[in-house]
Write a protein that binds this ligand. Structure first.
Ligand code: SF4
Ligand code: SF4
Length: 436
């Protein structure tokens, strides 16, 4: 794509990166075929190519964002399916991240939208606040029909309430670091923000699995949110401060304890942490450290695949493997989790149209509830046609989104691997018969 940015514009590092990305796009339109929003709406401006044109026009001409651009960029899930499809290697993720930051700086949203986004940014990255908010949403459930009719914000408020669990979530129990002598490796597991509140068992399962295979998990008590929730809302500085905070915490244990990897059990967070090196490339105090942290970050399945797992016999359940967008498109991890599950004795089935997002996408299902609901229905329909005993995935957002639309139990891949190597049966599978 031909561009005409001025030298002054290109002196800005963000602009220089975006210009390079724009120039790599050859307008072929292959990406439209796998874009969920184009699939649903059939509007070129809701396709990757259409959005690329909108972003080019906005950035190249130095324009503030307008309502039209914001509408179509807001509808983008950042699922990155277009990056997998694109034959020219267009880095859409960095381009849309730049566009969202530009929108945040130059566009004044309606008061209701600003309020909703501010509330999400103030609550979700903080586990204690999020836990209280879920409690409030739990008690607000009976009023959902009334709240749905609140002017302007009704759909978002009811989407928030829908995401609240239908029972109280126990506080996460903390496990001490394994503390064994002569471990084969020392790692950190990102505790994260929303995941331990929504399902504390995922990281506990990962810890048990690793301890059983002589891997020591070092606790990092002051670690925080990875920053992706605010980063995807265009709050660039907020995202960077979460990143810097975590880098400081992790560099401490890397130097003190000899930690060799940072493991992530939520693929959405993993995609962001693997991008810290890029996000902080212009920060002279953090660029090198961020690069190091990104290169040490692994999805938990990537690390588990380096171990020889000691399997125990479990019922040979069939499962539908839902590959989160951040896993398959963001981190390009596709077959590995399925191979681990097969080796553990599960009969793994691929979900038709598996490259299409389930509609979770961070806070997308709250901010764009109508599109998110359509994508959930589509995903659940494909999954239920497989008639499997359970669903497995590697991202808490997808677990919550899909789990709200089906009775088929949904569990994290690492919970199943823990079970298959001597851990407890995942809570969500308690109702399944023992003989599959
Ligand atoms: S990230 Fe997903 S929703 Fe956004 S343009 Fe690409 S394929 Fe479409
Ligand atoms: S597939 Fe790639 S090169 Fe083709 S229009 Fe889409 S982003 Fe551009």
């Amino acid at each position: 794509m031909k561009t005409s940015f001025s030298d002054i514009q290109l002196a800005d590092s963000h602009m220089a990166v975006s210009e390079k990305i724009l120039r790599s796009c050859v307008h072929c339109g292959f990406c439209t075929a796998t874009c969920p929003t184009y699939l649903l709406m059939g509007d070129e401006l809701d396709s990757p190519r259409g959005r690329i044109y909108l972003i080019k026009d906005m950035l190249e001409n130095g324009k503030p964002a307008n309502a039209e651009v914001v509408k179509h960029i807001d509808r983008c899930l950042s699922c990155l399916s277009c990056m997998t499809t694109c034959p020219s290697g267009v880095h859409y993720m960095h381009l849309v991240d730049h566009a969202r930051a530009h929108i945040y700086k130059t566009y004044k949203r309606s008061w209701a939208d600003r309020f909703m986004r501010a509330v999400l940014a103030a609550i979700l990255p903080y586990p204690q606040r999020f836990r209280l908010a879920l409690l409030a949403a739990f008690f607000a459930k009976p009023f959902r029909p009334l709240l749905a009719h609140v002017p302007v914000m009704g759909p978002q408020l009811s989407a928030m309430i829908d995401l609240a669990p239908s029972r109280f979530i126990p506080r996460p129990r903390s496990l001490p670091a394994a503390g064994m002598t002569g471990p084969r490796a020392k790692v950190v597991i990102l505790e994260g923000c929303a995941q331990p509140v929504l399902n504390a068992n995922i990281n506990l399962a990962a810890r048990r699995l690793l301890a059983r295979h002589n891997v020591d998990v070092v606790n990092v008590p002051k670690e925080g949110c990875c920053g992706s929730l605010v980063h995807h809302m265009g709050r660039e500085e907020d995202g960077l401060s979460f990143a810097r905070h975590n880098i400081d915490q992790w560099m401490g244990v890397i130097e003190r304890e000899g930690v060799s990897a940072i493991l992530v059990t939520t693929s959405g967070c993993g995609t962001t942490i693997k991008d810290y090196g890029f996000m902080l490339r212009d920060d002279k105090d953090y660029a090198q450290k961020a690069e190091r942290i990104s290169s040490m970050t692994k999805d938990v399945t990537e690390f588990v695949a380096t171990l020889t797992l000691d399997h125990v016999p479990i019922p040979a359940h069939s499962l539908a493997y839902h590959s989160a967008c951040s896993m398959q498109h963001g981190q390009k991890i596709t077959d590995l989790p399925k191979s681990l599950l097969r080796a553990a004795g599960f009969r793994v089935k691929d979900v038709p149209e598996g490259h299409i997002c389930c509609g979770s996408a961070g806070v997308y299902n709250i901010l764009q509830p109508t599109i998110a609901e359509k994508l959930r229905l589509r995903k659940v329909d494909h999954i239920e046609r497989l008639h499997t005993d359970l669903i497995a995935t590697g991202n808490i957002g997808c677990m919550t989104q899909i789990g709200k639309g089906t009775e088929v139990p949904i569990v994290h891949t690492v919970e199943l691997l823990d079970w298959a190597t001597g851990g407890p049966k995942p809570e969500a599978l308690e109702a399944l018969s023992h003989s599959a």
